[in-house]
Design a protein around this ligand. Structure first.
Ligand code: 5RP
Length: 260
């Protein structure tokens, strides 16, 4: 990596642990006012101290996040469809100039391997990797899973490896059985997991714990944090797992201090 890219990348990763807790709040780009993000600024503010980076769109950033906030931004630059339509039909919606203007530490788009828009979304990734390489901005590739795709190591390994081959500097995918195989397929490219739909807090923390054990460098979680009944406690619990090698039982104490 060139110096500028290395420098931006190092802003996202926690210097002590070498891992990363990314808070994802980009859901509105296709889901509209997602539960918990109706007033995005109010939700994000108490969570930011526990996050290494914030994954967000440019519109949400400019509307709800104060510019003196000092956490690195992972800027979603793709979109163009809603939950009412074919989700894979994404385009690049934000120019590299605007990403630079925003001072993005990384840019990100989704890739829909196996969908009717597979080629176009792989093309989107290749385009932003070219732009990122030109200006020293790392690219996080998100393996988006269509309704008909099975979230297993075979499929996710295929999708992640394609992202790596296209030049992604970091990959975000889902946790599944055989996750080590996915990490292995990505070589030196770090892998983070998405949380997915809201599940019970203990199960979400177990998923984060298992992902770290299996070689992920962190999480890029959204709904399992901001839709929890204790978002700050959940964020702190995730942080303990990712940065402090905490067990699930120990991390649960942050979510619910009375937990056994
Ligand atoms: C949507 C995304 C989201 O940021 C991602 O799904 C993370 O959020 P969650 O933990 O709620 O799944 O990339 O494509």
């Amino acid at each position: 990596m060139e110096w500028g890219m290395k420098n931006r990348f190092s802003r996202i990763m926690n210097a002590q642990s070498g891992n990363c807790v990314m808070l994802a709040v980009d859901h509105g780009y296709f889901q509209g006012p997602t539960t918990g993000l109706e007033n995005l600024g109010k939700t994000v503010e108490p969570l930011l101290p526990f996050a290494d980076a914030l994954m967000i769109t440019r519109g949400a950033l400019r509307n709800w996040i104060p510019a003196d906030m000092n956490k690195p931004i992972v800027l979603r630059v793709s979109g163009g469809q809603s939950i009412l339509k074919e989700l894979s039909n994404e385009i690049i919606t934000t120019s590299i100039e605007d990403a630079i203007r925003i001072n993005a530490s990384a840019i990100t788009c989704s890739v829909f391997v196996g969908s009717e828009n597979e080629q176009a979304t792989i093309g989107n990734l290749a385009q932003i990797v070219d732009e990122g390489e030109t200006f020293g901005i790392p690219v996080l590739a998100v393996t988006a899973v269509g309704k008909e795709m099975v979230r297993d190591a075979r499929y996710l390994g295929l999708a992640c490896r394609i992202c790596v081959e296209m030049g992604a500097h970091m990959v975000k995918t889902y946790y599944c059985e055989g996750f080590q195989k996915i990490v292995k397929a990505c070589g030196n490219v770090p892998v983070v997991i998405a949380g997915g739909k809201k599940i019970e807090e203990k199960a979400a923390l177990e998923m984060a714990y298992n992902a770290i054990q299996d070689g992920a460098v962190g999480v890029d979680m959204g709904r399992n944090v901001f839709q929890s009944d204790n978002p700050v406690g959940m964020m702190r619990a995730v942080q303990a797992i990712v940065h402090e090698k905490a067990s699930v039982a120990k991390a649960l104490k942050f979510y619910k201090p009375s937990a056994k």
